[in-house]
Design a protein around this ligand. Structure first.
Ligand code: PRX
Length: 661
């Protein structure tokens, strides 16, 4: 436990400004407490009320939570609805129908707007196109798309016909894509010929071709290609169709297909502690309820807000707070195709000014890299733009260090905007621990308190509660509607990873360490307690990178991967490698390291490239052959080894590895 003990003491407290409290949906801590009390007193009544008030049902539910097959919990399970109808059709006939749903800014700065009514027409037409390809309820569709309206349309269209989508981030490699197509048993891939990022055209379609060429994608019949650029691409006859071809002649009306509340809306692959990514499966009703509700609670969404979540649709944040939550809530949102540093590192601030963004939600890694840029070049400092339109700031994906928090607060929020540091995960579906902008006093670096209905706690290995001030494991003690339902194709792994027997088999284990402050009981996340790294807000399994390295069988004998702290990316990947030939040094080591980095980029994606690669004659192992990762972590950090090394078989290796950088 000592490894996850609290070391940081933060005393600054920022009360919510009067302007943020006034008119807030949850105004003041008493209102927050009242909701928490309601949830604690009568959980079923609480969730049933919210599900009735916030979702449109085609068949009302009569059951709330079914725990009979725990931990495979079921919510509202005799009810039926359609997720896309809840995001689009339900706004028709209301003032929202003519409101802008999406303001799209392309990589080159060109802006287009899509109203709710137009978006519904486009989604319906795409849904018809999917059906014309023989795709229907229960089929899986992989979406491998750039950021843009088309990706959102594809996701919503799947939801409309009851197909289950699995979005794969455009930065993943052919190999990673192939594994996901196979595991999901996808019948179709929706992609683009190219994506435009930072002024560059990057291929997507050819990666799909490479993925399929790797073999095994036996269920796949169709590839739909959005022609983002006029650039030529390779067409496979009989399998590939352009969007234009698929959409030609399709009506812009399509009846939404009602599905059961528990119908799988999507599968999203994420890294765990083994070499194989997990297909996190979410439901329809419970998931959407929380995406919708947290828009109101966490962001205190108001009708005239311009909401901007910078996450890609390839991650859970882009699912809940781009593709579903904002639309279900009837918000106007900004969607951005490009990257924060192109054509200059003031792009985000410029876009906030240009579009008058009022709620801005991004990752600490982006903030830290923009701080660095602003420190070296005055011209890209936020002070060069008018950010008065901002009302609320958000942070997501990794712990935000108090220094970055203060900079964000001062230089972006003008000391007037509450910062919601939202803790959640692919598995939780939406925010679980977060401040409320009109209620919660803020402490930099703390995600503060659980949302109403979320029974978060900190426990030891046996599930026993830890006192405030003592570090432990973050758990959620009661089920909640937007929780993960299972791991696709692997229910046993689901049980083992999230509901360990040692804790009774019913408590959700988040995989993070946390500590509550002695005074306020505020949560602070201290980082993952499993073999998962968080690099630039992207989740990567160390085992996945190790498997990729050892798959280079002509070169690599053994590899161990650990994380080390990094100022900008939060954590950096550090690989220790034993080659099948003599340990390289000097120029040869550099060349082989470059070769291995490129190899990992091909196996997983550029995001997984190790920053450091150290070569050794061996790895530090116990006599029973277990690699001692904690020692590698110390070496990666450049720390002197003070831990006990008496069980180590080959202590001399530590010195060699320490000098191998
Ligand atoms: O370690 C926690 C960290 O990100 C992990 C979840 O990653 P992923 O499933 O990719 O979802 C990211 C977007 C929700 C968590 O287990 N994490 C996420 N948000 C925070 C965080 N750590 C600290 N503070 C946060 N606000």
């Amino acid at each position: 436990m000592s490894a996850i003990e609290s070391v940081l003491v933060e005393n600054r407290v920022f009360e919510p400004p009067a302007a943020a409290v006034q008119g807030a949906r949850i105004a003041g801590m008493a209102a927050y407490q009242a909701l928490c009390d309601e949830a604690a007193r009568d959980p079923d009544g609480f969730w049933a009320r919210l599900a009735r008030e916030n979702l449109a049902w085609t068949r009302p539910f009569t059951r709330v939570l079914d725990e009979s097959n725990a931990p495979f919990y079921r919510w509202f399970d005799d009810g039926q609805l359609n997720v896309s109808a809840n995001c689009l059709d339900r706004h028709m006939g209301t003032p929202v129908q003519d409101k802008t749903a999406i303001v799209f800014e392309a990589d080159d700065g060109a802006v287009t707007r899509v109203s709710y009514k137009e978006l519904l027409g486009r989604v319906a037409q795409f849904a018809n196109a999917l059906q014309a390809q023989g795709i229907g309820k229960g089929d899986r569709v992989v979406v491998y798309m750039p950021m843009g309206v088309e990706g959102i349309v594809a996701m919503q269209a799947c939801a409309r016909i009851g197909a289950t989508h699995s979005v794969v981030f455009g930065g993943f490699s052919a190999k990673a894509l192939q594994e996901r197509i196979i595991d999901a048993g996808a019948v179709a891939v929706v992609t683009a010929n190219y994506q435009l990022r930072g002024g560059k055209e990057l291929p997507l379609k050819s990666i799909v071709d490479d993925a399929i060429a790797l073999g095994g994608c036996t269920t796949l019949r169709t590839v739909l290609v959005y022609e983002r650029t006029p650039t030529a691409w390779n067409r496979v006859e009989g399998r590939d169709k352009t969007f234009a071809e698929a959409l030609a002649g399709q009506a812009t009306e399509c009846a939404p297909v009602p599905v059961d509340a528990e119908h799988p809306l999507f599968i999203l692959y994420t890294s765990g502690s083994t070499g194989k990514p997990k297909g996190v499966q979410h439901s329809s009703a419970g998931y959407l309820l929380w995406a919708r509700l947290t828009m109101d609670w966490t962001f205190d969404l108001r009708p005239d807000d311009l909401f901007w979540c910078t996450a890609d649709i390839g991650w859970i944040t882009g699912h809940s707070y781009v593709a579903y939550g904002p639309l279900a809530a009837g918000a106007t949102q900004l969607v951005f195709e490009g990257i924060p540093t192109f054509p200059h590192a003031g792009r985000f601030w410029q876009m906030i000014d240009k579009h008058k963004v009022s709620i801005f939600y991004t990752a600490p890694t982006a903030i830290r890299s923009l701080i660095k840029a602003a420190e070296t070049d005055e011209k890209v400092h936020p002070k060069n733009w008018n950010l008065q339109s901002l009302r609320i700031l958000g942070s997501v994906g990794e712990p935000i260090n108090p220094e970055a928090w203060m900079w964000y607060h001062r230089n972006v929020g003008g000391e007037r905007c509450p910062i919601v540091d939202t803790f959640w995960q692919t598995e939780t579906g939406g925010h679980v621990i977060t401040p409320l902008p009109g209620a919660t006093p803020l402490v930099p670096g703390s995600c503060t308190l659980p949302l109403p209905g979320i029974a978060a706690a900190i426990v030891d290995e046996t599930g026993k509660d830890m006192p405030h001030g003592a570090g432990g494991m973050l758990v959620i003690k009661r089920p909640w509607p937007s929780m993960i339902r299972t791991i696709w194709n692997d229910p046993e792994r689901f049980k083992k990873a999230y509901f360990p027997e040692e804790m009774g088999g019913r408590i959700y284990l988040a995989g993070d360490g946390a500590v509550r402050s002695a005074d306020r009981g505020y949560f602070r996340i201290t980082g993952r307690i499993d073999d998962v790294l968080n690099v630039s807000g992207h989740r990567l399994g160390t085992m996945e990178i190790e498997s990729a390295l050892v798959a280079k069988t002509d070169l690599v004998a053994e590899a161990a991967v650990v994380g080390r702290p990094d100022d900008v990316t939060g954590e950096a990947v550090c690989a220790f490698v034993v080659l099948k030939r003599a340990r390289p040094t000097g120029e040869e080591a550099k060349a082989i390291a470059a070769e291995l980095r490129n190899w990992v980029a091909k196996e997983i994606g550029p995001i997984a490239k190790p920053k450091d690669i150290r070569f050794g004659d061996n790895l530090p192992k116990t006599r029973s052959g277990k690699i001692m990762r904690r020692l590698l972590r110390s070496i990666a950090k450049g720390e002197a080894i003070t831990q006990d090394t008496s069980t180590l078989e080959n202590p001399a290796i530590l010195e060699q590895l320490a000098q191998s950088n």
